[in-house]
Write a protein that binds this ligand. Structure first.
Ligand SMILES: NC(=O)C1=CN([C@@H]2O[C@H](COP(=O)(O)OP(=O)(O)OC[C@H]3O[C@@H](n4cnc5c(N)ncnc54)[C@H](O)[C@@H]3O)[C@@H](O)[C@H]2O)C=CC1
Ligand SMILES: O=C(CO)COP(=O)(O)O
Length: 316
């Protein structure tokens, strides 16, 4: 919708013929965004070759853990000079790779042909064309500027950044912190707890970023603090909602059963912790989320452990 509103011709690939038909005939996607009427510049197809034909930009947005297999299947039909754009906010399980790294590896594309769009962009609000800003990150600033122009509309304001590592980490780790804040909200712990988790969550994100060569300023921008605030404050966030259900006492299986859309943090908390261990970085909130979500630790026990960690100066 954003790209079409900015004047691009857009072809969406989808797996399900019924959704593709609905987009082409009624200009709506009834299962995901029923209130949204898509602009005339958007067409849909189940044929990846048709979607990719002559594409200046190929925007990739499937659940992060499925990117590698999907991209490998699409590779034969992608134009050789297309810019590969990730909207995904996850880290691959097993390899601990960021999505741009998976893209570079699978497509054998140089970093200059891979970009990331991230920031506080809850889909439900974007669909209502409510004002939002974002970050378009690419190692090659001229490519970032081309993409910035392609998605700049009166309601969507993209900024460029060349710190791809920091932008991607901001997006992936905020989902894990969003789960933590959701759990705290579900337990009824109040706004001081929420502010503490967000602030200390951003501190551990920044520690990881520094160890991985990111620019620390990125984490106080839209891809860091901006997205963290949106995710941790909004009932539209799937990660926040998932955490709230856990904090209210639902089991993991019950929570998964009522979640119809992707909450990336549920899987990526493990790959983010993996990254932290590979870089020897302490990420206590992420570790706590893994313990609650995957190791069955009761939230009250986890809370006591977090609060009884040794006292230390704020900046460490
Ligand atoms: N929804 C949002 O507000 C935002 C989402 N994102 C990111 O976008 C990415 C995708 O999330 P959403 O589209 O929101 O999730 P979603 O759950 O709403 O939609 C996922 C789509 O992928 C399809 N899908 C599932 N498994 C698949 C597979 N194996 N192969 C191909 N397609 C598959 C589903 O049918 C569905 O159409 C995530 O990384 C998320 O963090 C980023 C910014 C905002
Ligand atoms: O990334 C998002 C907002 O920027 C969407 O957050 P959720 O995936 O938690 O819904």
């Amino acid at each position: 919708m954003i790209l079409a509103d900015a004047g691009c011709e857009v072809t969406v690939w989808g797996r399900r013929q019924d959704i593709v038909d609905a987009i082409n005939t009624t200009r709506t996607n009834p299962d995901y965004l029923p209130g949204l009427e898509l602009p005339a510049g958007v067409r849909a197809t189940t044929n990846p070759a048709e979607a990719a034909r002559d594409a200046e930009f190929t925007v990739l947005t499937v659940p992060s853990q499925t990117l590698r297999a999907n991209l490998a299947a699409w590779l034969p039909v992608l134009p050789p000079d297309t810019v590969l754009v990730s909207l995904m906010k996850g880290v691959e399980l097993g390899t601990a790779k960021r999505m741009s790294e998976v893209i570079e590896e699978v497509a054998k594309a140089p970093a200059e042909r891979v970009a990331v769009v991230t920031g506080p962009n809850l889909a439900g609000e974007i669909a209502g064309r409510m004002p939002a800003a974002a970050v378009v990150a690419c190692r090659d600033e001229t490519v970032a500027q081309r993409l910035q122009a392609a998605c700049h509309t009166p309601y969507f304001r993209p900024y460029t950044n060349t710190d791809v590592v920091g932008c991607e980490l901001g997006g992936a780790v905020k989902n894990v912190i969003g789960l933590a804040v959701g759990i705290a909200d579900g337990m009824g712990l109040g706004d001081n707890s929420k502010a503490t988790l967000m602030t200390r969550g951003l501190a551990e994100t920044t520690r990881l970023g520094l160890a991985m060569g990111a620019d620390p300023h990125t984490f106080s921008g839209l891809a860091g603090m901006g997205d963290l605030i949106a995710t941790c404050s909004s009932p539209l966030s799937r990660n926040h909602t998932f955490g709230t259900n856990l904090g209210r006492g639902m089991t993991l299986q019950e929570t998964i059963a009522v979640s119809t859309q992707t909450a990336e943090g549920v899987k990526s908390c493990e790959s983010v912790l993996d990254l932290a261990r590979r870089h020897d970085v302490d990420m206590p909130i992420t570790e706590t989320v893994v313990d609650i979500v995957h190791n069955g630790k009761p939230p009250l026990v986890a809370l006591k452990e977090l609060m009884s960690r040794s006292a230390k100066p704020e900046r460490r």
